[in-house]
Design a protein around this ligand. Structure first.
Ligand code: AMP
Ligand code: GLY
Length: 427
């Protein structure tokens, strides 16, 4: 089969890496891809939002199956467009992708089907919202309804901050139409986890539970980023807890979506807060997470393509779905200044250094410039180590990260530290 992967980040590089292992694969294409993906797949400069260009490319190259990485094309309906042209593609339809594309839709769905989440109210009127927050306990969280590139959730410590956030969204329209409606919700305390599962519209296959590190600085300080590193499996999630999450959150979500006439096929990603009252949903994503994918896919035992095809065909229950033993840790190397302003075009050194077999380098913001690979984005590389234990994976990943350099390179030093501290405490 010829496979097309849409996207250009570390997530897509991990998808290409894993799909390439399938015995069913002849060729892999990736658009637009990046300098690292270009070593494993045939890349072409087509935007993930250029639906006509994508379909044309897939047709010309006899693509048999397409896998979509980012949320924006999914929310735009890229899957509907491929399928309407008779071209099978993995991911949710436009209506199903609203689970990520509209926080109001997601919150209403959770309320209707009894899925645990923060208490909330929805507003499109500034004055009504202002009256509501006047008597609300703090902190509280205000979220833009639509996609806002990860910047749409504002944690407000006091009434002044909440008023400012409401003004940014509802009056100044800082996020455009994405902020015409807002969710005002209760602040939840706890540790965040990412649970990703393949869904065929009815059945689910869970990937290893993982944890992202969203803030730029060690100790979860500083502004949020796309994600600075991840590890899996998270020892915080026992098999019993995973069962509980499956029964109380993931299955009711998939069932609810089917009942709403929006069967969800693709990757269901639940961002959870582990509160004193148990796991609650912070948000859904309708796709593979990044960097989570860079740790969960290397832990999949067997043929990912077979599982994706089965999910597409509603046959996920026929697949033998297993995870490898051991642990994976990914550290993201970012451009200095990210997530704010940063420079591009810095030559990257160390990519040719031979690395141990348990180290994988996934490219994100990289570009080939003559014979040199240079930086091209905020998140530049994801380095993943696989090992029998989490501590071995942490040690392996940091010794590899130290060999990769570019001007201004920055990475967090504490990826997976929360799990290791917990382990040392014997929990
Ligand atoms: P979201 O876009 O909804 O995932 O929110 C982005 C980030 O904001 C989450 O990863 C959390 O760190 C934080 N956040 C969102 N909602 C809440 C909440 N209700 N309580 C505490 N933190 C939250
Ligand atoms: N790692 C967060 C996300 O993929 O949305």
């Amino acid at each position: 089969m010829n496979i097309l992967v849409i996207g250009s980040g570390g997530r897509e590089h991990a998808l290409v890496y894993k799909l390439k292992q399938s015995s069913h694969v002849d060729r892999i294409y990736c658009v637009p891809g990046n300098a690292g993906i270009a070593k494993d797949a045939i890349c072409a400069p087509i935007s993930p939002l250029d639906t006509t260009g994508l379909i044309d490319f897939a047709r010309r190259n006899h693509v048999d199956f397409t896998v979509v990485g980012p949320e924006a094309p999914l929310v735009n309906g890229v899957i509907d467009a491929f399928e309407n042209n008779g071209m099978p593609a993995f991911g949710p339809t436009r209506l199903a992708a609203e689970l990520e594309g509209s926080k109001c839709f997601a919150k209403n769905l959770m309320q209707k089907y009894g899925i645990p989440t923060a208490d909330f109210r929805i507003f499109d009127d500034f004055n009504q919202a202002r009256r509501f927050i006047a008597n609300h306990p703090y902190p509280l969280v205000i979220k833009a309804d639509g996609l806002a590139a990860g910047k749409g959730a504002i944690v407000c410590r006091d009434k002044a901050a909440a008023l400012a956030a409401l003004k940014r969204l509802l009056i100044d329209a800082e996020f455009g139409p994405a902020g015409e409606k807002v969710v005002v919700e209760e602040f939840l305390q706890g540790e965040e986890l990412s649970i990703l599962a393949l869904s065929d519209g009815e059945h689910l296959a869970c990937l290893a539970p993982s944890q992202d590190h969203k803030q730029i600085f060690d100790g979860d300080r500083g502004p949020n980023t796309g994600g600075m590193g991840a590890y899996a499996p998270t020892p915080q999630v026992t098999p019993e807890l995973l069962e509980d999450i499956l029964h109380r959150i993931l299955q009711p979500t998939v069932k609810g979506m089917a009942l709403e006439g929006r069967p969800f096929k693709g990757v269901l990603y639940a961002g959870l807060m582990m509160t004193d009252q148990g796991p609650k949903v912070l948000e859904y994503n309708c796709r593979f997470g990044d960097p989570e994918t860079q740790v969960v896919l290397p832990l999949v035992e067997g043929d990912l393509l077979e599982a994706l095809l089965a999910a597409h065909d509603g046959q996920l229950h026929e697949v033998k779905w297993r995870q490898k033993n051991g642990a994976a840790v990914c550290v993201v190397i970012a451009s200095g200044g990210y997530p704010d302003k940063y420079e591009k075009g810095k030559p990257i050194f160390g990519l040719e250094t031979p690395l141990p077999h348990n180290i994988l380098i996934f490219h994100a913001g990289t570009r080939q410039q003559g014979s040199q690979i240079v930086t091209e984005g905020g998140r530049v590389l994801g380095v993943t180590a696989l090992a029998d234990t989490l501590i071995d994976a942490v040690n392996a990943v940091y010794s590899a990260v130290g060999k990769l350099t570019f001007d201004g390179a920055y990475y967090r030093r504490d990826i997976a530290a929360k799990a290791l501290i917990r382990g040392n405490r014997g929990r």
